[in-house]
Design a protein around this ligand. Structure first.
Ligand SMILES: Nc1ncnc2c1ncn2[C@@H]1O[C@H](COP(=O)(O)OP(=O)(O)OP(=O)(O)O)[C@@H](O)[C@H]1O
Ligand SMILES: [Mg+2]
Length: 342
């Protein structure tokens, strides 16, 4: 299994410095990405999902900094420490696009408004392959067709503003897939799309995962998407991974109070109409005034004094099921007793 490792993130911390204030957006995030598997990162708005993705691609804005930690790409020719590469150096540009591609949360910021979609797709394809202009255009048209963009021969000559939001998103997904990258990072790729198109795009991603053995890092807050797409799941809260494991481990035996609360707040398919949904009480803390210790403690039913004293370490049980909580064993025991009573 170790051989399939393609990207390893270890203890990654990223700070943002704005108006002389510091936001510790990531505080020691670790995870592995494997070939032919999809890792879904879930968590509420502002928890650091996009920052994680942008750090891997070295696309963080200037006001932020990787404070510590490693991002290691496990290439065929050996390891590459991504965080050490110059952001816009040759090696990083080659990695972006050829080896790792990203579908952004907001397509309009990623497409250039003054060039046609076809021009931008061709540029990307020609930069990373030996194809000439004509062949590149044909490939662009083929990719737009795959993405279900109507009249692709005509659309390829249009500008981004002439595309609908969903079509722009699909054009960007086509660009990301153009060079069959080894790692695809997709930041909420289908939020702007209707469900049929979303299904088509997920189908295509699954196909690439199977045939090309692509590793996918999929960021989403939709648990339905997680259930459908994920092999592995990492749950984030306020800049930390609070729990991770296989999709079965996370959905069937969630062990962190936040994951448990998250799963209780959404309906589960197949559990009928009378599900007892409970919103998570309290609010996400202000990132500039973080609580000490475990970030979830102020909203947690299990919190005790120790939770406010320091951040809990990562505990691993049941083969790679990781949880960051002082009380996970007690919570697990309680759940087992409850299950026994039922
Ligand atoms: N350009 C920026 N300038 C200042 N702070 C930022 C910037 N981008 C992100 N942050 C901060 O970093 C933290 C994590 O943000 P991030 O965008 O990763 O959240 P997210 O999990 O992707 O949320 P969403 O689900 O809403 O996309 C937040 O506290 C946010 O305020
Ligand atoms: Mg985001």
């Amino acid at each position: 299994m170790r051989d399939d490792l393609i990207l390893q993130v270890k203890d990654l911390s990223v700070n943002f410095y704005t108006n002389q204030r510091c936001n510790m957006a990531l505080r020691g995030v670790s995870f592995d990405l494997r070939k032919g598997r999809t890792l879904c990162i879930v968590g509420e708005s502002g928890c650091g999902k996009s920052v994680t993705a942008n750090a891997i691609m070295q696309l963080l804005p200037d006001l932020s900094r990787i404070e510590s930690g490693n991002i290691t790409f496990k290439g065929q020719d050996g390891d590459i420490q991504i965080e050490k590469l110059p952001k816009n150096g040759k090696q990083m540009r080659k990695l972006r696009g050829e080896v790792m591609a990203m579908i952004f949360q907001d397509p309009m910021t990623a497409l250039n408004p003054v060039f046609t979609v076809g021009f931008q797709m061709n540029e990307m394809i020609q930069a990373h392959t030996d194809l000439r202009k004509k062949a590149a255009t044909e490939k662009s048209i083929g990719l737009l067709t795959d993405m279900g963009v109507p009249l692709p021969e005509q659309r390829v000559h249009e500008y981004p503003h002439q595309f609908s939001g969903g079509m722009r998103q699909r054009a960007m997904i086509a660009m990301a897939m153009a060079c069959a990258p080894e790692i695809l990072i997709a930041d909420e790729p289908t939020t702007a799309l209707d469900v049929t198109i979303q299904a088509q795009i997920f189908e295509l991603m699954l196909e690439l995962k199977e045939t090309e053995h692509m590793a996918i890092l999929l960021i989403t807050h939709d648990m339905g998407v997680v259930a459908e797409m994920a092999d592995d799941v990492a749950v984030m809260y306020m800049g930390n991974m609070v729990e991770s494991g296989t999709v079965q481990q996370i959905l069937n035996s969630p062990s962190h109070p936040y994951t448990i609360a998250l799963l209780q707040s959404i309906p589960v398919l197949g559990h009928g109409k009378n599900q007892n949904l409970e919103p998570i009480r309290g609010m996400t803390p202000d990132p500039y005034h973080r609580p000490p210790g475990c970030q979830f403690a102020p909203r947690c039913d299990f919190a005790t004094d120790i939770c406010a004293s320091r951040l809990p370490d990562e505990s691993v049980f049941d083969t790679n099921h990781m949880v960051r909580c002082f009380h996970y064993e007690e919570i697990k025991r309680n759940k087992e007793i409850q299950h026994g009573k039922k």
